[in-house]
Write a protein that binds this ligand. Structure first.
Ligand code: FMN
Length: 373
């Protein structure tokens, strides 16, 4: 099943807030919360998506043929592709009754594990959500990333320990969730966390043999503080626009954050990534891997047992097919101020924007081999 077919099937089963659009671009559900939309005037989800589309991709087919390989090492694991399924909490409330959060987590954790990648699970006011998802991750040999909210200290440490006991690929915290409307004034309380607290959390994860990821980093300064605090990875994310209206698109802040994060921190990104081509764009801007979130909910509602596992595979297929290079509109110059002529394709752009990884490698992995375009 293609994604368009999955979305069409979901239209019969998904709740009233989500239109299960053929391209999940944030337009039909702008401002719809509860539901899958974004906060306030509701333009951030769409802005995320548009920012990837604005990055031009060019072709250069004059090279030796080779086989494309989308595998990637992320959070210390070998994944079949640098795409993971992002966390969604409170699924029933936002998408309707077919899946509760637990059912949805089971669906994506199993689907991701079958495809050789990872799903992340969300957290909520109901403590059983974390308990159940950690049980499942443990059953799957740690193939998952439980994402803990920035709760008050006692709750945070209790949930961290619960997550660590599952032996997961990593434990994450969506630090930006403190701004979610659904958590305001609730029990347990959630709020901002200092760099010292993050360092304590990272150390606790390391002591337990796990990596720690901070999700919701949107500035270079925050990336530097996260790196100093000892986090292993960050997710450049604005929570799909659900936390604060008017924030920039993740694609627009990604290059500066990659530069600030330093060599030791893996930079992941989410927000409006919808195709293999968008994955390619994100990698070309310096991300190690991406998270895709809302489309997997639609796929789960539309696909049932047959369709739900296919989306990561479909993204990999598209990524392999994308044959080209990325030229970011930077006034025609690379970072060092050298002019970017039309012939200075991927290699120049990636060398300038993604110093950690040889540009040729990205080329080999994502540009395909010139066949079956
Ligand atoms: C309904 C809904 C629930 C979400 N719940 C969580 C959550 O529990 N934890 C979290 O870290 N992010 C959560 N997110 C944010 C996503 O993980 C992701 O950052 C965001 O949707 C952007 O990715 P996308 O554009 O691919 O959807 C949620 C998003 C939606 C739409």
């Amino acid at each position: 099943m293609s994604y368009a077919e999955l979305a069409a099937a979901a239209r019969g089963t998904i709740g009233p807030h989500c239109r299960a659009c053929p391209v999940c671009d944030g337009r039909a559900c702008a401002g719809v919360m509860p539901g899958p939309g974004d906060k306030g005037v509701g333009r951030v989800a769409e802005k995320n998506w548009r920012a990837w589309q604005a990055l031009s991709v060019n072709t250069d087919t004059l090279h030796e043929p080779f086989s494309a390989d989308t595998s990637a090492t992320v959070l210390g694991r070998e994944l079949s592709l640098p795409v993971m399924i992002g966390p969604v909490g409170d699924v029933q409330r936002h998408y309707g009754d077919v899946y509760d959060t637990m059912g949805y987590n089971r669906c994506v954790l199993e689907a991701a594990a079958e495809e050789g990648t990872l799903a992340w699970t969300g957290d909520g006011l109901d403590a059983s959500i974390m308990t159940q998802s950690c049980d499942l991750i443990s059953e799957l040999g740690g193939a998952g990333v439980p994402t803990v909210k920035p709760w008050d200290d006692a709750t945070l440490m209790r949930k961290l320990d619960e997550a660590l006991a599952a032996g997961p690929a990593a434990v994450a915290m969506d630090i930006d969730a403190a701004g979610l409307p659904f958590l305001r004034g609730q029990e347990p309380p959630a709020g901002a966390k200092s760099a010292e607290k993050i360092a304590e959390v990272a150390a606790r994860c390391h002591d337990a043999g796990s990596r720690f990821v901070l999700k919701g980093v949107m500035t270079a300064a925050a990336a530097r503080r996260a790196a100093e605090a000892g986090v292993d990875a960050i997710v450049v994310s604005n929570h799909g626009g659900r936390v604060l209206d008017g924030v920039p698109a993740t694609a627009d802040v990604l290059p500066a954050i990659v530069a600030a994060a330093g060599e030791k921190v893996e930079v992941l990104v989410d927000g409006g990534i919808r195709s293999g081509l968008d994955v390619f764009r994100a990698l070309a801007l310096g991300a190690r891997a991406c998270l895709i979130c809302r489309p997997f909910v639609v796929a789960a509602f539309g696909g049932g047992a047959g369709g739900r596992a296919r989306l990561p595979g479909a993204a990999a297929h598209r990524a392999r097919r994308h044959h080209g290079d990325v030229r970011r509109a930077r006034g025609g110059q690379d970072r060092a101020g050298r002019p970017l002529g039309l012939a200075h394709v991927l290699l120049v752009t990636c060398a300038a924007m993604r110093p950690r990884r040889p540009a040729g490698l990205i080329w080999r992995q994502y540009c395909g081999c010139g066949q079956n375009l």
